[in-house]
Write a protein that binds this ligand. Structure first.
Ligand code: AP5
Length: 226
């Protein structure tokens, strides 16, 4: 059921885009919002990594872009998102984590007839991102995200689900530098794109994850009074 506290006077289901540099904390916040509002998170990065792990044709062709810190071609991710949004669990809202990443992707979303209700950009300086990526660990089974210092797994070098914790191949510092450059040139213009539509809210990433969560949930709740 949608959260009454969040809905305020705006009864539309949450159709949220999380913007932010790689490592800004989009996935971390998406998981909290997803749990609070009972809506799925759709991460194009996770969908692509899953396709790579399954060695599908899409995964095989996407791998070289991910390894280089570049974007996968627009049409590939647009088709992926169109298919995912047509599934029944998206009917009561969803969170887009990592999509759109270019203006043509944002335009494609509109052409699909998707009416985004909220866009939150989580802002973190590049130097901080580099430090965060070095400590990120991902569960090889359920995909949960941890950080050796800021958000350690309660099960040590394993996830509470039992999966081994791994380092993402694109968290290598040289690849992170390319991903940041790609973000600034290709994705950051989306802030202006959504600001012009009156949808953009900026959240300053905080040192503690819980503090960023508090700011993010406040930004989302303020939508009801818009
Ligand atoms: P994707 O998987 O989307 O990666 P990303 O956007 O680069 O973002 P990340 O998942 O790295 O970071 P995040 O912001 O979710 O941060 P997290 O919460 O993990 O994409 C990967 C690749 O796929 C792309 O490079 C591209 O090639 C391709 N791709 C994906 N979508 C595409 C698209 N639409 N078009 C084309 N290509 C596409 O947090 C990071 C770490 O910091 C964690 O360890 C976390 O515990 C820690 N942390 C989080 N918040 C805090 C905090 N407040 N304080 C301290 N530590 C924190």
């Amino acid at each position: 059921m949608p959260d009454k506290e969040r809905l305020g006077c705006d009864m539309r289901p949450i159709q949220l885009i999380l913007l932010g540099a790689p490592g800004a904390g989009k996935g971390t916040q998406a998981s909290v919002i997803s749990e609070k509002y009972h809506i799925p998170t759709i991460s194009t990065g996770a969908l692509i990594r899953e396709a790579i792990a399954r060695q599908t044709p899409l995964g095989m062709s996407a791998k070289k872009y991910i390894d280089a810190g570049a974007l996968v071609p627009d049409q590939v991710v647009i088709d992926m998102i169109q298919d995912r949004l047509s599934q029944p669990d998206c009917a009561d809202g969803f969170i887009l984590d990592g999509f759109p990443r270019t203006v043509p992707q944002a335009q494609a979303l509109e052409e699909m007839g998707v009416s985004i209700t909220d866009v939150i950009s989580i802002e973190v300086p590049d130097e901080e991102i580099q430090k965060r990526m070095e400590g990120r660990r991902i569960c090889s089974v359920c995909g949960a995200t941890f950080h050796v210092e800021h958000n350690p797994s309660p099960a040590g070098d394993r996830c509470p689900c039992g999966g081994m914790l791994t380092v993402r191949s694109d968290d290598d510092p040289a690849v992170v530098a390319s991903r940041l450059a790609t973000y600034h040139s290709m994705t950051e213009p989306l802030k202006e794109y959504y600001a012009k539509k009156g949808l953009l809210k900026i959240v300053q990433g905080q040192k503690q994850i819980a503090d960023t969560t508090a700011h993010t949930l406040a930004a989302l709740a303020s939508r009801g009074g818009r």
